[in-house]
Design a protein around this ligand. Structure first.
Ligand SMILES: *Cc1c(COP(=O)(O)O)cnc(C)c1O
Length: 372
């Protein structure tokens, strides 16, 4: 059996196993497997340094999950944009294709709790239907393969899905959304990468939330994917007690770039039941973007977005850099808060006659400009 499968078999999935492994009183975890299923594989478990740290919080359930069960089970109203069970088709030219119910560990803040971990909701049986839907919709040029985590499927299953999609003439690009490089880098085998690289242009968006997740193993897995020519992006969820701190986020983005991953999105946490304790105020995300833009490489600055409740899709939010815009000029502030003026095109533009003065300023004689 492959090494990663053996690791997965040793995952903790019950309250009893968690309380034993982390030496927690059982009462502390009572009833928590009822809200959302538990899974922590031994690799990710080994990254926990102490109770309540940013790694712990992402995968170990908390009593706070029981407090807000009146929040949504489908916060992004995906069901209403779901023509068949495996497809979410919200935007004009691209769709989500949900192919795997499993993940390498379960995030406590999962936005798709209603489906993830439940093979009745995401199932290989639905895949043919999804492929048919995509083949029947020529406006779709970009398919985002997601779940659950697509890389939890076998190499063969992944190959079947990718090759079926590649046969559809209107599909220009394929994307995989996966937390495997973070949760279980051992899954990124040379064999898997050999399969993936046959289906270019293929993009992968990974999911890292904290700089401590970029271990040597994870960096190696990312390097293998990058070496296979797969452009890598990262999606981070803004989470209280995990990464709601500009310094932590800056370190995360810089470490991602060193691993050849381009930060893509920071998501405001969705309003899913059992996750109120993870939500931050929206100003926190703006503060983080402000602390990145200009202060570090532009490549390290992702878009901060809120996926709008009710199915509005992702909406970008930016700190206020523009102070005013008139017909004459734009007044704006730079990253350090200093004010600058930019004259609008067409306003008080310098008359033609001053060309001569400009040339004089530049110390160029007219004779220098003629051909002889
Ligand atoms: C996020 C998402 C996409 C992809 O959005 P991009 O901005 O193109 O990355 C597509 N469909 C749905 C339903 C999504 O939630």
């Amino acid at each position: 059996m492959e090494k990663w499968r053996k690791l997965m078999q040793k995952s903790l999935t019950t309250v009893d196993q968690i309380s034993k492994a982390l030496d927690l009183p059982k009462e502390e975890l009572a009833g928590l497997d009822k809200v959302f299923r538990i899974k922590v594989n031994p690799y990710y478990l080994s990254l926990i340094k102490k109770k309540g740290d940013p790694i712990y919080k992402q995968v170990i359930p908390d009593q706070a999950e029981l407090k807000d069960c009146d929040l949504e089970s489908d916060p992004l109203s995906e069901e209403k944009d779901s023509p068949v069970p495996s497809i979410v088709h919200r935007y004009p030219d691209r769709c989500l294709f949900l192919v795997s119910p499993d993940c390498a560990s379960y995030c406590r803040f999962c936005t798709r709790k209603r489906k993830v971990g439940n093979p009745k909701k995401i199932n290989l049986k639905f895949i043919q239907q999804g492929i048919k839907y995509i083949a029947d919709h020529p406006e779709i040029r970009d398919v985002i393969i997601s779940g659950g985590d697509p890389l939890m499927l076998s190499d063969k299953q992944i190959e079947n899905i990718l090759s079926s999609l590649r046969k559809i003439p209107h599909i220009q690009i394929l994307r995989i959304g996966s937390r495997v490089p973070c949760f279980l880098p051992q899954r990124v085998t040379t064999k898997l990468v050999r399969v993936l690289k046959k289906y270019h242009p293929l993009y992968i968006n990974v999911h890292f939330n904290h700089p401590d997740e970029l271990t040597p193993e994870a960096v190696k897995a990312l390097g293998r994917l990058a070496d296979a020519g797969i452009p890598l992006g990262n999606q981070t969820v803004l989470l209280k007690g995990v990464n709601d701190n500009p310094e932590v986020m800056k370190r995360l983005m810089q470490k991602l770039l060193q691993a050849r991953v381009r930060p893509y999105y920071i998501y405001q946490a969705d309003m899913v039941f059992g996750t109120e304790h993870f939500r931050t105020r929206v100003e926190k995300g703006l503060e983080i973007i402000k602390a990145l833009r200009g202060w570090t490489s532009g490549l390290a600055v992702p878009h901060f977005v809120i996926d709008a409740p009710g199915g509005g899709g992702k909406i970008p939010l930016l700190p206020e850099y523009v102070k005013s815009i008139t017909d004459e000029e734009v007044v704006m502030r730079n990253y350090a808060g200093k004010e600058f003026h930019y004259r609008q095109a067409g306003s008080q533009s310098k008359p033609q006659s001053c060309v001569r003065e400009i040339l004089a300023e530049m110390l160029i004689g007219e004779s220098d400009l003629t051909f002889n």
